[in-house]
Unconditional design. Sequence first.
Length: 505
Amino acid sequence: MDKKVRVRFAPSPTGGLHLGGVRTVLFNYLFAKHHGGDFILRIEDTDQSRFVEGAEDYIFETLDWCGLQPDESPRHGGPYSPYRQSERKEIYRQYAEQLVKDGFAYYAFDTTEELDAKRKEVSNFQYNHHHRSGLKNSVSLSEKETEKLLNENTPHVIRIKMPDNEEIKFTDMIRSEVSFHSSQVDDKVLLKADGMPTYHLAVVVDDYLMKITHAFRGEEWLPSVPVHILLWKYLFGLENMPLWAHFPLILKPDGNGKLSKRDGDRLGFPVFAMNWADPRRNELTQGFREKGFLPEAFINMLAMLGWNDGTDQEIFTKEELIEKFSMERVHKGGAKFDYEKAKWYNHEWIKRFEVPSFKFQVKKIFEENNISVADDKKLDKVIMLVKDRCTLLTDFVQQASFFFKTPETIDIAALQPKWDEKKSQFFIELIRAYELMQFWQHDDLEKEFKEMAAAHQIKPGDVLFAFRIMLVGGKFGPGVFDIASIIGKEETVLRIKNTLQLMHP
RNA sequence: GGCCCGUUCGUCUAAGGGUUAGGACACCACCCUUUCACGGUGGUGAUACGGGUUCGAAUCCCGUACGGGCUACCA
C-alpha cells in the first residue's frame, strides 16, 4: 500500500470522553503513528438536540492531556476543513440527493406520529422492503405526488433503499470476515428533516472526501456496517473504501454490560479521563487526571485493555506503543475494567519516573491542599524518598505533607500503652544532644540516637517507633532519620517537644 | 423476538494442532524491616458444555449454553 495512512476519529460533543472513547482514540492514534500516517479528528455534531456546551473543549483538553494530538482537526486545521460536520451540511445534502437520483435512496414523508403508530400496529416493525410500499415515500407514491409534497415543503427525510436480497460481506481487521444479509437491515435515515445528515451518511462522505484509509471504532457499530458498505458501493466505489476494525467494548467490573458513568459513581472510580462537569444535569464526574493518574500510566493501562504485544511486557511508553502496536493483536472479546490494575499501572509509572518529570504535578497537588512548597531542592528529596509508596499522585499529600508542615494531629493512642518515665527522660536528653549537634546529617542523627538509647538501656526499636509518631503524626512514612534530616534541627526538636507536652500535660 | 459479535484462573491476558496451559493484578503465606509501604520467594486458581476431524484439540468444524452489542429523524 503506497497511499499514506490516514485514520480518523469522530467524537460527538455530547458529554465527557469515557474510557472506551479514549481507548478508541488511542488505538486510532497508535495505528496511524505506527504507519507514519496522520490522525484526523472530526467533530460529529450533527445532532444539535444533544449538543452539550463545553463538550468540544473537553474533548481537546482530554486529547492534550493524554498526548494524543491530532494532525488535522477543527482546532489544528488541515487541508480538508471544515472538520465540524455541522459546518459541512450542504455537502451531505448533495450526496443524499445523488443517491435518490440514482435510485439507491428515497424521500420519506412519514411523520414521527405515523411511524409510532405503525410500530404499535406491527410487532418488530422495520422500515424496510416489507413495509416500504405501505408508507408515505417516493417509492410508494407516484412521481407527481412526490413532487407535489416536495414543492409544498413537506418535511421529509432521505432513507437508503436496502436491497431485499443481497449478501453483504466485509473483512474486519480484528474479526476477519463478517457477513450480513441486506433483508435484515432497515432503510436507515441518511438525511434528517432538519437537513442534517445522520452518522451513516456523514461518516461515509467525510471518509471519502478526507481520504481516510482506515476507519476504526467501537464494536457497537458493527451492526451498521452494511449500511456503510452499501453507501460506499453506491457513492464512491468499494475499492476506495477504508479498511475497518471494530474494537471490543470495555465492560463493567461487576456483572456484565458496557461500562457506564453510573458504574464509576457506584463503585467509586473514574470513568472519564478528566473531570467532567455536565452543565445540563449540573453534576460533576471525577476524572483520572484529578484522581491522581499520570497520563502516561493512563494510556498505558488503556492500551493493555484489549491489546498486548505477545510478550510479558506490561509497561510501555507511548513511543513503545507506537512502535509495537498492531491491529492483529487486538483482542476480540470485551474486557472488564479493573480499577485495582489501573492503579497498579500508575504506581509502576510513579516508581519508574525520574523526579523532574512529574515534580510539577506533585507541587500543584500540594498547593491545592494548602501545603506551600518553597524549597525546590527539598521537594526533590522528598519526592525521591516517598514516591515508591505512592500509588496515586494525590497520595503524596498523605505521604509527604509532614515534610512541609508540623503534623496537625499526633496519634497519641499508639504511643500511650508503652510510654513510661524512662522514655520521657530519653527524649528530653535527645533534645539536648540534638540541639548541640553541629552537622545535621542522617548518619550522625542515627548514631547519636542509638548511643543515647544504649546509655538509657532502651532497645532502639522501642523509642524509634515513638520518634516516628512524633515526627509524622502516625504509623507511616519513610525512615525517621531521613525525615529528621530533611525537616531540620529546629523542626525536629519542636516536634519532640510538642509530643512530650501532649504526653505530660 | 430478529440480526451480529464474543467466551482460557475472580480480573487483564499468553499459548496460531504436541507446553507440567505461561505472565500480570487481586488474594494467601513466608522473608526483609524502627512504622507503613516498596521489594524478594512461594502458593491457591482457568480452557463454558456436548459432539465431531485428528495419532494428538484451549487451538479446526458443528451444535448448545451463557454473555454482550444493535434493532431512533442518537452517536
